[in-house]
Ligand binder design. Sequence first.
Ligand code: TRP
Ligand code: SF4
Length: 337
Amino acid sequence: MDKQNLVSGMRSTGKLHLGHYMGVITNWVKLQEDYNCFYFVADWHALTTKYDNTDTLRQDKIDVVLDWLACGIDPNKSTIYFQSKVLQIAELHILLSMITPQNWVERDPTLKDMVKIIRNKDEENNENIPQLNYGLLGYPVLMSADIMALNAQIVPVGVDQLAHLEITRDIARRFNNIYKTELFNEPKPKLTEIPLLIGVDGQKMGKSFQNDIKISDDENTTSKKIMQCITDRSRARKDDPGHPEQCEVAFKYYQAFADSETVNQVKCECKAGQRGCADCKRQLGKIINNKFAPIRQKREEYAKDINKVYDIINDGSKKAANEAESIMKKVRDAVNI
Ligand code: TRP
Ligand code: SF4
């Protein structure tokens, strides 16, 4: 049986952090074995909010792909591309926008959240979306075009994207109804099970909060950032018994990155007051650096051979465009355009 098509994308936010690694990329790497995977950098989506700040866009896009390749997204297994190189997506976006009711996009809760973040407004009463650009309003329609241009059955996403995907399913159903066809699947979300990694300060990990550790950070930077991790706040001296379950960040990182034997040892020694937090974090820094050493080395090798990376992206973009074109032929027929 043919493998099902799977599509997922990331906006071009620049270098990725360990939260992306644990939450998304390891999952993508596994999925390569079971699905026909299409992974793309959503550069048009990036423009929906950063349209007036594009100086770093090209570098950001390539940084994302470098991180993917370093972490094991394999161009021989998966199709890697830039959204903006697959023009069929833009064409489908126009056709889908013709059949998408305005209130479907206005109701989108994820979009409301995004608008709040952009405007830096935290007021509760945002029933109405404040003044926003047409392109941003179309965010879920463009995302639907990404998915439907490849007629994907499966879309791995985080919970924050579920509302968007629900709109995609509605749009696919509506297209099929209006044009009396069964062309489109209703794509299913595949939720990432791995809990999101928090930042060194205990808040959500993110570049804008400056609490993240990048996949591409060097060992020294990583060690320094790990030393900033919050531990058990109730602990005053290093021979006081600690509470790993109240150790806000450091122990969580152990659970994410260390083997179970080490995790157990840390737990016992911490509880018995046999392990100081500074030493504990020094060890943690080493564990993380060891884990990422081969990934960082691979990233550097790709970065030195950047033309090869552009070749991978160009090939992937052509492949995605070919696949999308064969679907678009049927779409044009269905619409009679
Ligand atoms: N909106 C997604 C995010 O912000 C990125 C994205 C764009 C996407 N198009 C997609 C994800 C299509 C999955 C499928 O994370
Ligand atoms: Fe956390 Fe380690 Fe300190 Fe225990 S010893 S509180 S696990 S950092």
